[in-house]
Design a protein around this ligand. Structure first.
Ligand SMILES: [Zn+2]
Length: 97
């Protein structure tokens, strides 16, 4: 069903991360933060409690586009990352040698 994508190139991730950084400063993002809602659990939260999340992770070839960026509360963000970490095994990590 979902395409089996094994890791985006470091260049892709770097480039899209930079895009995300600049979008973070945009009015569009500020407006989203002010809406104060987590995309995943739909809880209402203060802007400071929200983080930027990529629906399709950059590591999977996702892009930093408005359509792919959502506000997520810290717990959803880390839950999501944990489950993806289990699901997605990078070929090489810096931490384990
Ligand atoms: Zn949430």
């Amino acid at each position: 069903m979902s395409d089996f994508f094994i890791g985006a190139s470091p260049e892709h991730i770097k480039k899209e991360r930079a895009k995300a950084q600049s979008l973070r400063k945009s009015q569009w993002w500020k407006r989203k933060l002010n809406e104060g809602r987590c995309y995943y659990c739909e809880k209402s939260l203060a802007p400071a409690e929200l983080t930027m999340d990529h629906k399709v992770p950059l590591a999977r070839g996702g892009f930093s586009t408005k359509a792919n960026l959502v506000t997520a509360c810290k717990s959803c963000n880390s839950d999501k990352q944990n489950s993806l970490a289990l699901e997605w095994k990078p070929e090489a990590t810096d931490e384990s040698s």
